[in-house]
Design a protein around this ligand. Sequence first.
Ligand code: SF4
Length: 306
Amino acid sequence: MDRPICSYCADPAVFVERASELHLCGAHLKESVERRVYEEIQRYTISGTLGVAFSGGKDSTALLAALSKLQKKLNISLIALTIDEGIAGYREETIAHAKQVCMTLSIPHKMISFKELFGRDLDEIMSASATSNACTFCGILRRRALEVLAEREGISIITTGHNQNDIAQTFLMNLFSADLKKMVAGSFGTEGSSRFSMRLKPLFAVSEREVTIYGMLAGLFAELVECPYAHHALRGEVRSMLSDLEYRRPGATSNIALCEREIRTELLRRREATNVSPLIPCTICGWPGSGEVCQVCTILSRKEVK
Ligand code: SF4
């Protein structure tokens, strides 16, 4: 059987966009990914230095590589921001990869650890905790750690490596739990409090497969161990449901992601509809939150994690 050829040149295709039947060779896939990242960033008014939340995993690696290619065109500079949650057998390897990628791309790299910031790493918190849902604690603490690191570096915009599949999955998970607040939670940045950074997801229009191939083409892909706590049952179900749907109905994932954006934008416009009250300073740490005690201090003051 003949190998499919790129729709734009005579080179062999490395990726097929099934919804449009577009075939792309390596060079045209890279160009296409970088164009979409550029267009996504152009939706906002940004300047100065962008922080890149950089775990060292495939999504944030692809994001850093694409942004480093676009730095000049966007007239921005970059700092990679890595959080060391303190997860034995996992974080050492990803942090080593993160350092290597930053050196290769000549991007300044800053790190902060849970241990430094909260006095305990995630493993210690989890071994003392009665709950097994590490991701809930990790997500809340990591978000704060990222804000602290960004504040320390004088950064007010943080880009994250969420790809189109992540966005569609999260949207469906929030729908299944009827959680409108969560749907807009990550968007409050600049609106909710000037202390929070603005968050951008430049891979909004890039699928997980494209991200993986882009990382490989950039020579930065590494097969890394998975986080030992990563067993979110609902996300796994939604991921396989969505990939099945995408197979039968090409384009479904991107349509869901587009709907997510429209709904989130509308919810933000009608903030009162989400029942989100104005943020107030936490009585313990002073960071803005929705109650007297913020989520971070609530976790850290739980008897079993002290
Ligand atoms: Fe944290 Fe969960 Fe991600 Fe592991 S899988 S790094 S615990 S959010």
